[in-house]
Design a binder for this molecule. Structure first.
Ligand code: T46
Length: 286
């Protein structure tokens, strides 16, 4: 999706000249709380260099032109503002810079909130942190604060306090992650997966929907083993939908576990496992 969200305002012109009307919640998608304008800006002195936590704005060059740079922490885009009937909508958490003001430039800005310095993020590093902060869906229950940047945790997922989840993971809806669980970076956990104490999942692992992990070889209600068996899924392994991983198993790097397989023994690196009990069907190459 482009960062440049231009709004074209209808020109209500006639032979006497042009007129543009800006109306809250009509052609301006927020309540206008403040209007300011920048003029007499020095073309050699760029402005902006900040983002806002909440503020939404529309900037319109009602005279002259300037070059705006927008940055969402992933990509940058450049747009020339040079027309009084064209406004750019700048959402929250977008870094903006204004450059190359023409001497006649008047930059009009409509803002969704009153001026509040505490809403500014003026350090680029702080902005990047904010832009890449994990997304925790409001319908999830995430107690851990050890969730890496760019990770997403979706609806009806429960993550207990001591779980550790790396960067850029996708933890889909309806998952449970217990305390003594360590998940690396770039891991996908599809829906319906419960990850119990004693499980370590390395970087780039894919866990398909409804994969079943276990950590107790002889489960009895209200009788607990001295310690729960450990499960280790190594770098780049994939586990197909509905596979069951019995307690104490290590799955090797890049291994591929077929859908519905029941894994009863450690899996070598690169092995393709299928069936119940799962057997080596072949090997994937790098
Ligand atoms: C933005 C870009 C497009 C106020 O007291 N009230 C105000 O409403 C505004 C906008 C600014 N100020 C004070 C704060 C500073 O002491 O005016 C001074 C200059 O503001 P700033 O350095 O933030 O100006 P720009 O041109 O770098 O940025 C402005 C807006 O602040 C900002 O929200 O998105 O224009």
């Amino acid at each position: 999706m482009s960062l440049v969200n231009l709004i074209e305002f209808p020109m209500l012109g006639d032979e006497r000249g042009s007129l543009v009307a800006l109306e809250s919640m009509k052609n301006v998608p927020f309540d206008i709380q403040r209007i300011y304008y920048i003029f007499g800006a020095d073309s050699e002195k760029p402005r902006g260099f900040h983002a806002h936590k909440e503020l939404q704005q529309i900037a319109i060059c009602v005279a002259g032109r300037c070059r705006m740079v927008l940055d969402d922490g992933y990509t940058k885009e450049v747009v020339w503002l040079d027309s009084p009937d064209k406004g750019i909508l700048i959402g929250n958490c977008i870094w903006r810079e204004m450059h190359d003001f023409s001497s006649d430039c008047v930059l009009l800005v409509l803002a969704s909130h009153h001026y509040d310095e505490s809403d500014y993020i003026r350090s680029y590093d702080e902005f990047l942190k904010e832009a890449h902060k994990p997304f925790i869906h409001p319908l999830s229950d995430v107690k851990s604060i050890n969730i890496g940047q760019d990770t997403k945790i979706w609806q009806y997922s429960v993550v207990l306090k001591d779980a550790i989840i790396g960067v850029n993971c996708n933890i889909c809806a309806h998952t449970l992650i217990e305390n003594n669980v360590k998940i690396g970076n770039n891991v996908t956990v599809k829906s319906g997966v419960y990850i119990w104490d004693g499980t370590t999942i390395a970087d780039n692992v894919f866990i398909g929907p409804s994969v079943t992990f276990t950590n107790d070889k002889k489960p009895r209600s209200k009788q607990y083993p001295d310690k729960f068996s450990k499960t280790t899924i190594k770098y780049g392994a994939s586990i197909g939908a509905n596979a069951t991983i019995l307690p104490g198993i290590t799955i090797g790097e890049h291994a591929m576990i077929g859908a519905g397989a029941v894994v009863t023994k450690d899996v070598p690196d690169y092995a393709i496992m299928v069936g119940n009990p799962a057997i080596v069907k072949g090997y994937v190459n790098k």
